[in-house]
Design a protein around this ligand. Structure first.
Ligand code: XMP
Length: 514
C-alpha cells in the first residue's frame, strides 16, 4: 500500500482517491505519526500531503524526521516538500509572485516521476510560500515558469518533492505523474479494486461492531442502500437491523423497491414503517417551505426514536451513509446551504448526536466519493438501476408540492413523476441527466377536454446536469422528446392540464423549487 501523511490539505482525500483509481490501496494517516508506528513491511511508498499552514506558522504541522530515513520512496506535495526542505536546512520564502493556477514546468534533469511526460507541461499550483534555496543533498529536477523549484530530488532519503498538485484534474499529466510515482518509483502493483474494498471494509466493520447489533436508517437513496449491502456482506444478517420510514412523501413504488433490494441482499431484520398518517396530518394547512421542512424533519426524528424504542435493539451501533463530500460540506463550511442539505437525516438528530458522543457510530463510506460509492454498490451486487439513481431530497415530495401538501396532490405528483422517469429511461436519457423530477404547482389553469372547459393542475418538469449539485445546467432536451413526454403525462394523469419545462440554471435558481 501507499501511505499518505496528512498535514490537513483540502486535497488529501483527492490524492487518496487518485491512488485508488490507479489501482493501489492507500491509507491516510495523521501527519504527526511517528516512524516506529509505520510498518514498512507492507508500505511501498509514502506521500506527504499539502497543508493550509506555512512552515513558519506557530502551529504548523511537524514531521518526524526519522520518517525520511525509512527505506521506502517518498513524495512530498507542496507543504510536504516545503516541510522537508525547511527541516533539512533549505529555505522557504514568501515570494512576490505567488503561484496559483496553471504554471508551465520545465525539466532540468531527467527523473522517473516524469517518465513519458513532455517537457514544459502545464501543472496546477496553489501556494503562497515557495522554495528559495534547496537543502544540501537535493538536486533541482524541474522549475516553474517563474523559476521557482517545481521538483527536487534527494537520493539519500529517496525523496522527491513537487510544488504543484498532480491530484487536481487541471494538472496536465497529473494521473501519469502519480502513476509514475506509484509504479516506476515505488514498484507497487495494481491490485486494488472495489472487491478488495468490500473485504477490507468488512474486516473493519467486524472489528468495530464485534457482536453488537447494528442499526441503519435506510432513506431509499444510493448511499444508505450501499451501506446496507456492505453491512449484510460483512455481518450475519441477524445482526443487521434496517429501518425505513415511509413518510408518505416518497416516490411511486419506493417502499417496495427498498424492500426488494434489501431482501435480495439478504436482509432479515427489515422494518418498513408506514408513517404517512403521522406526516400528512402534521403538514395540513402549512404552505411555508421552511415550516414544511421543519415539520418533516422533526417528525422524522420523533418517528425514528419511537420506532427504535419499540424494538429494543439494545446496545446498538448506528451505521450511516455519510460520504466524504458530506463531511466537507458540514464540517468545513463550504457554504451554509450545503450544511443544511443533509441535516435532517444525519447531523442534528439527538439519536445520532448521542451515538456520536459515545463513539457508537460507523460510517463506512466516509472515505469515498459518490462515483466510488456507485462502483462499490455494483461490486456488492446491487443493481445498476439502483446505484445509478438520481439524488432525492430528504423532505421528499413535501418540497416538490408547492404550497399545502395533501394526499391527493402526493398521488398526482407520484403518478406524473413515475411517468417522467420511465420515459427518460425508455429514451436512454436517464443516465445523461444528473437529476430529474416533477414539481406540482399551486395553481390551476384552464384547459379543454372534449367539449368541456376544465381546470387542471400545472406540472413543471425539471432536468439538470451537474457535477455535484452545487451548480447546474438545464438539460437540453430534443424538442420531440419533451413534447411527447408532456402529452403522455397529460393523457395519463387527468388532474394535470398543463406541463411546463423549467429552463433555469443554478444559479440563479436552485435545483428544487422550495
Ligand atoms: P438545491 O435545491 O439547493 O439542491 O439546488 C441541491 C441538491 O440538494 C438536494 N436537496 C436536498 N437534499 N434535504 C436533502 O437531503 C433537503 O432538504 C434538500 N434540499 C435540496 C436537491 O435535490 C439537489 O440534489
Amino acid at each position: 500500500k501507499v501511505l499518505i501523511l496528512d498535514f490537513g490539505s483540502q486535497t488529501t482525500q483527492l490524492i487518496a482517491r487518485r491512488i485508488r483509481e490507479i489501482g493501489v490501496y492507500t491509507e491516510i494517516i495523521s501527519g504527526d505519526t511517528l516512524h516506529q508506528d509505520i510498518d514498512t513491511q507492507n508500505v511501498r511508498g509514502i506521500i506527504f500531503s499539502g497543508s493550509p499552514y506555512s512552515v513558519y506558522s506557530e502551529d504548523a504541522p511537524q514531521l518526524d524526521p526519522e520518517i525520511l530515513s525509512l527505506p521506502v520512496p517518498k513524495l512530498g506535495i507542496c507543504y510536504g516538500l516545503q516541510r522537508v526542505t525547511h527541516d533539512l536546512g533549505g529555505t522557504v520564502e514568501r515570494k512576490h509572485t505567488r503561484e496559483f493556477g496553471r504554471s508551465r514546468i520545465s525539466f532540468r534533469i531527467p527523473h522517473p516521476l516524469f517518465h513519458t511526460i513532455p517537457d514544459r507541461f502545464v501543472s496546477w499550483m496553489s501556494h503562497g510560500d515557495s522554495l528559495d534555496r534547496v537543502a544540501d543533498g537535493f538536486e533541482l529536477v524541474a522549475e516553474s515558469e517563474n523559476h521557482h523549484p517545481a521538483c527536487v530530488w534527494n537520493e539519500r532519503y529517496n525523496f522527491t518533492g513537487i510544488q504543484f498538485h498532480p491530484e487536481v484534474s487541471h494538472c496536465e499529466y497529473g494521473m501519469k505523474i502519480l502513476e509514475n510515482f506509484v509504479f516506476e518509483i515505488c514498484q507497487a502493483k495494481a491490485e486494488w479494486s472495489m472487491e478488495r474494498y468490500v473485504e477490507l471494509a468488512g474486516e473493519d466493520i467486524r472489528k468495530k461492531v464485534k457482536d453488537r447489533p447494528v442499526l441503519l436508517l435506510i432513506s431509499g437513496g444510493v448511499d444508505s442502500t450501499v451501506v446496507g449491502g456492505l453491512l449484510l456482506s460483512a455481518l450475519p444478517a441477524e445482526q443487521v437491523h434496517l429501518m425505513y420510514i415511509d413518510t408518505g412523501l416518497m416516490r411511486k413504488g419506493e417502499s417496495e423497491r427498498v424492500a426488494t433490494t434489501l431482501a435480495s441482499l439478504g436482509a432479515k431484520n427489515l422494518y418498513l414503517i408506514n408513517a404517512e398518517d403521522s406526516f400528512l396530518p402534521a403538514l395540513a394547512g402549512v404552505s411555508d417551505p421552511e415550516e414544511k421542512r421543519r415539520i418533516i424533519g422533526d417528525m422524522f426524528i420523533s418517528v425514528q426514536e419511537e420506532e427504535i424504542a419499540k424494538r429494543t435493539i439494545e446496545n446498538s451501533i448506528l451505521a450511516q451513509g455519510t460520504l466524504y463530500t458530506d463531511l466537507i460540506e458540514s464540517g468545513k463550511g463550504v457554504g451554509t446551504k450545503a450544511q443544511v442539505i443533509k441535516s435532517h437525516h444525519n447531523v442534528r438528530s439527538p439519536l445520532v448526536e448521542k451515538k456520536r458522543e459515545r463513539g457508537e457510530i460507523i460510517e463506512p463510506l466516509s472515505l469515498l466519493y459518490k462515483d466510488e460509492v456507485r462502483a462499490l454498490g455494483l461490486a456488492l451486487g446491487i443493481d445498476q438501476k439502483i446505484v445509478g439513481r438520481h439524488p432525492f431530497p430528504g423532505p421528499g415530495l413535501g418540497v416538490r408540492i408547492l404550497g399545502e401538501v395533501t394526499k391527493e396532490k402526493c398521488d398526482i405528483l407520484r403518478d406524473a413523476d413515475a411517468i417522467f422517469i420511465q420515459e427518460l429511461r425508455l429514451r436512454n436519457l436517464y443516465d445523461k441527466i444528473w437529476q430529474a423530477f416533477c414539481v406540482l404547482l399551486p395553481v390551476r389553469s384552464v384547459g379543454v377536454a372534449g367539449d368541456a372547459r376544465e381546470y387542471g393542475y400545472v406540472l413543471a418538469l425539471r432536468a439538470i446536469i451537474s457535477a455535484d449539485g452545487m451548480t447546474a445546467d438545464v438539460y437540453p432536451f430534443e424538442m420531440q422528446d419533451i413534447l411527447e413526454i408532456s402529452s403522455i403525462i397529460t393523457n395519463k394523469v387527468h388532474q394535470i392540464g398543463r406541463v411546463v419545462y423549467d429552463i433555469s440554471s443554478k444559479p440563479p435558481a436552485t435545483i428544487e423549487w422550495e
